[in-house]
Write a protein that binds this ligand. Structure first.
Ligand code: F6P
Length: 543
């Protein structure tokens, strides 16, 4: 197979890009129905992609690219449980986590759906006992605080879902999250808590992650300092992991462990047992509703023709922006304060998945892969970085996300919020010409400063309300966008070798910091000098 950039379809796309110079003003001018035409619905979400710099021919070529790249075959291979994570030789089956009980999904000839449901039922029974005060702490007190200890995929999804679904949470059960190995994170999360009322969830797929293990040890010491009995661990610690041996070694009874499987990647795991904190907060029924939302989007992705397939279209347009229009980043701008951690969650999903530079065969790619994903909730971002999006020199495609109904009783403020969302995408697309600025009576010297070029692309995603169901569908949408882009770029979206080197070096440097003297340091001169300076000036116990 020739390199992606040498294939006829890629060349056609490049030629098409060079041949056309269509401003969104013209695209809308020549096609007044564009706003209704370039839109579709799936799993409760409405997507308007009319403000993207694409026309019929662009879409035709992009859809052809998806066909030529074998996206459908790769998607079907995922559903069949084939080991599409080639570098780790693993199946990729997060879609099985939300499959209905009667669906059969196999890995190595074994149906995994019953196992998924068995864990879900155990989680539900446990969550119900804690939520109803039936699960008591070591001293017989009710659990009032849950602290999830985890990092990366064992933190970002649960944190995001906890924020997103606060309106559905049992308010007398307080959930907190500790991820950073910086002791300040653990200290601040627990300083006002009582160990006898606190339940720790140690969430780690591998149960070897340095940060999580350090925080879990700190938590055990903190709890036992007050409870003064090893037996208390069984009442105040549960684990979520694929590694029963390590869980037992840490001292957590494996009866209090909720498992998952190697075919669930960390960044694709928030709907597995890693979501235990979510289930504790919102309850099993809402958790099931979230899974149903995921599943509805999965089914849409699996069955809809590509021209009407939301994840496929969003992936293709994102790829068009990255590889042909030269956009280096992708902003995600939820007009919903509850989604304030959604961009952070998406960063791991998209960038740990598609931040790769070699193909499945190990050949270096000669095109860009993942954009840099980032974002903040609107309207806060408007008073911060939107200036650059509107008038800066860089092209920043934006995904606006909004809801028709608010979850707060302040309905008028919701109208204001949504008015801002609609205004931003309009301003980005159409801008303001020098003539329009002059017509407002602007003095000539000020005109260039007040001109908005426009032609800045965006998607708008709208759902009726932020609910467990719509959140699940939204997450699945971005999971599948990530999948499709990775399939076209022909990279392994499911490994993460790029995080290994830093981990190894940190382990070695940790030992060097603790060593008796620094004479053996063998790094480059910069790293050596930094370690020496730190060793010489740090407080606390010196070696
Ligand atoms: O950062 C690398 C990584 O392996 C992520 O992919 C993962 O989500 C995170 O570390 C946490 O891993 P674990 O759940 O095994 O502690």
């Amino acid at each position: 197979m020739p390199k992606l950039t040498e294939r006829p379809i890629w060349r056609s796309l490049a030629a098409h890009w060079r041949a056309r110079d269509a401003h969104l003003r013209n695209l809308f001018g020549t096609n007044p129905q564009r706003g209704e035409k370039y839109a579709l619905e799936a799993a409760g979400w409405y997507l308007d992609y009319s403000k993207q710099r694409v026309d019929e021919e662009t879409l035709r070529l992009l859809l052809q690219l998806a066909e030529d790249a074998g996206v459908a075959a790769r998607r079907d291979a995922m559903w069949r449980g084939e080991k599409i994570n080639v570098t780790e030789k693993r199946a990729v089956l997060h879609i099985a986590l939300r499959a209905p009980k009667d669906q059969r999904i196999e890995v190595d000839g074994e149906d995994v759906v019953p196992g998924v449901n068995e864990v879900l039922e155990r989680m539900a029974a446990f969550a119900t006992r804690v939520r109803e005060g039936e699960w008591k702490g070591h001293t017989g007190k009710r659990i009032r605080h849950v602290v999830n200890i985890g990092i990366g995929g064992s933190d970002l999804g649960p944190v995001m879902a906890h924020e997103a679904l606060r309106a559905f949470a049992q308010r007398n059960l307080d959930c907190r999250f500790v991820s950073n190995v910086d002791g300040a994170d653990f200290f601040e999360a627990t300083r006002d808590l009582k160990p006898e009322e606190t339940l720790f969830i140690v969430a780690s797929k591998t149960f070897t992650t340095q940060e999580t293990m350090a925080n879990a040890r700190a938590a055990r010491a903190w709890a036992l300092a007050k409870l003064e009995d090893e037996a208390a661990v069984a009442k105040h610690f549960v684990a979520v992991s694929t590694n029963a041996e390590k869980v037992a070694e840490f001292g957590i009874d494996t009866a209090n462990m909720f498992g998952f499987w190697d075919w669930v990647g960390g960044r694709y795991s928030m709907d597995s047992a890693i979501g235990l904190s979510t289930m504790l907060a919102i309850g099993p029924d809402h958790f099931r509703a979230m899974l149903a939302g995921f599943h509805e989007m999965d089914e849409h992705f699996r069955t809809a023709p590509f021209a009407q397939n939301m994840p496929v279209l969003m992936a293709l347009i994102g790829l068009w922006n990255t590889n042909f229009l030269g956009a280096a980043t992708q902003a995600v701008l939820p007009y919903a304060n509850y989604l304030k951690r959604f961009p952070a969650y998406l960063q791991q999903l998209t960038m740990e998945s598609n931040g790769k530079s070699v193909t499945l065969e190990g050949a270096r790619v000669d095109h860009d892969t993942s954009a840099v994903w980032w974002g903040e909730p609107g309207t806060n971002g408007q008073h911060s970085f939107y200036q650059l999006i509107h008038q800066g020199t860089r092209l920043i495609p934006c995904d606006f996300i909004g809801f028709v109904e608010p979850l707060s009783p302040l309905h008028e403020q919701h109208d204001l919020l949504m008015a801002n969302l609609f205004a931003q995408s309009e301003a980005l697309a159409f801008g303001k010409t020098a003539e329009q600025v002059r017509a407002e009576g602007t003095p000539e010297w000020l005109v260039p400063h007040r001109v908005f070029d426009g032609n800045r692309p965006s998607n708008t995603l709208l759902a009726q309300a932020l609910t467990p169901h719509s959140l699940g569908a939204l997450i699945a949408l971005y999971e599948h966008i990530t999948f499709v882009q990775g399939a076209i770029w022909d990279i392994d979206s499911f490994d993460q070798w790029g995080v290994e080197l830093g981990k190894q070096l940190a382990q070695n440097i940790g030992k060097e910091i603790a060593a008796a003297d620094d004479s053996g340091l063998a790094h480059d001169s910069s790293t050596n000098a930094l370690i020496r300076r730190y060793r010489a000036n740090r407080g606390g116990e010196k070696p």
